[in-house]
Design a protein around this ligand. Structure first.
Ligand code: SF4
Ligand code: SF4
Length: 227
């Protein structure tokens, strides 16, 4: 196998970290600086000096939020988060953080919490019924599911119907108040994409494609991503 730095250059030809000035500007705004004794500047030094195993085994790549603040601070425009993303994807699946990989696997099957789609539909209708009954001013509130031809598709953080379902109603009320014609879907409704965080491009692409196909099948024009 090529060295890690060669492999990164193959995968991201637009990034040239050989231009790093070791100025440390990237460190100043990095939320992951200091965690596990690493920061973006040290990370690049290790990469350039060939400490491949240390980088591939380091959990710092999961402390990096891939926020890209380093790129904005860097005089050479080097995006360390983009490199981190590739490194995550190079790790064997069974060596990735278990919760992250498990959420991605569940998402590829349906949604990241693994609740049945029927439960999602039931919870939405149950919360809606409760709000209508207990808050007279919202008696006309709606939470459409699989409404063909709606103008907006709303996805949903899967944690809310699972552990704090009443939180979903706040956004419904806003959409209702401004007269938005929207819909959920009864499948591929999860807005999170844990496969992005595992760094696995084929997994990520698969879940996004399934969501996009669902939106297209409903004939919806706009996609509201709440995540
Ligand atoms: S992308 Fe990673 S390395 Fe860059 S600033 Fe954000 S956390 Fe730090
Ligand atoms: S800001 Fe850019 S040039 Fe400076 S140390 Fe960080 S990556 Fe290197």
């Amino acid at each position: 196998m090529d060295s890690l730095s060669d492999e990164i250059i193959n995968r991201i030809p637009s990034i040239d970290f050989n231009y790093c000035l070791t100025c440390g500007a990237c460190v100043s705004g990095c939320p992951a600086a200091g965690i596990d004794g690493l920061d973006p500047r040290k990370f690049l030094r290790l990469l350039l000096l060939g400490y491949d195993d240390r980088l591939l085994d380091s959990n710092w790549i999961y402390a990096c939020t891939m926020c890209q603040r380093c790129e904005h601070a860097c005089p050479m425009g080097i995006n360390v988060g983009r490199i981190v993303y590739e490194l995550r994807g190079m790790r064997d699946r069974d060596k990735r953080p278990k919760n992250l990989q498990r959420s991605c696997e569940l998402q590829k099957a349906s949604n990241s919490t693994g609740i049945p789609n029927e439960d999602f539909v039931w919870v939405v209708n149950d919360v809606l019924e409760e709000v209508r009954a207990q808050e007279p001013e919202w008696s006309g509130l709606t939470a459409p599911i699989d409404k063909k031809g709606a103008e907006f598709f709303l996805n949903q953080n899967a944690k809310e119907p699972t552990v704090e379902p009443e939180e979903m109603a706040h956004l419904w009320k806003i959409l209702h108040a401004v007269g938005i014609d929207w819909t959920y879907s009864s499948k591929w409704w999860d807005g999170a994409n844990y496969c992005l965080f595992t760094g696995d491009a084929p997994d990520w692409e698969y879940t996004v494609r399934k969501q996009a196909e669902t939106v297209d099948a409903l004939g919806v024009r706009y996609y509201i991503n709440t995540e």
